[in-house]
Design a binder for this molecule. Structure first.
Ligand code: HEC
Length: 137
């Protein structure tokens, strides 16, 4: 019985903490901004700069649009595996930018693929500022 109760409360605590840690894209943007503000000279994020960054190549054959397409509200397709990728724009996909861990994991992986380095907080914020301007379709 005790064992069962223990297991049940564990599940409860876990689902509560997941709720507590769910974030909104705007909260994620605020967190990235706090990081970016540590760089001297930081002014603000720019959706226009983010759009350019998202659409251009940065030294190798891939750009962000290679997998996420030029329409962030549309379904993407992985350039190497052809696997479908759900839309990257928050307006078109509720799950986007709601978990900082996931956001950082994919920024790391994708930026390495596209730029052969990490994206700076400025670049991450510019991209998210751009994605937040995209309407549902
Ligand atoms: C080689 C294919 C590929 C390229 C190129 C690529 N991505 Fe992705 N991206 C993915 C995949 C796969 C996922 C994870 C699957 C999913 O969440 O649907 C993902 C997820 C993400 C996420 C996670 C967002 C969230 O909260 O769910 C971010 C942020 C992201 N990509 C940004 C970028 C940026 C910025 C670039 C350009 C620098 C880029 N990606 C280029 C394939 C790619």
């Amino acid at each position: 019985m005790c064992r069962f109760l223990y297991a049940a409360s564990f599940v409860l605590v876990c689902s509560f903490s997941q709720l507590a840690f769910a974030e909104t894209p705007v909260q994620i943007l605020t967190e990235i901004k706090a990081e970016a503000a540590k760089t001297p000279g930081f002014q603000d994020f720019s959706a226009t700069r983010g759009a350019d960054f998202f659409k251009t190549k940065h030294g190798n054959e891939l750009s962000c649009t290679s997998c996420h397409t030029t329409n962030p509200a549309a379904q993407g397709k992985h350039a190497k595996t052809d696997k479908p990728i759900k839309p990257i724009a928050p307006a078109a996909n509720d799950e986007r930018f709601t978990d900082m861990k996931k956001v950082q994991k994919w920024f790391k992986r994708n930026c390495n693929d596209v730029l052969d380095r990490l994206c700076t907080p400025q670049e991450q914020g510019d991209v998210l500022a751009y994605l937040l301007t995209i309407p549902k379709s």
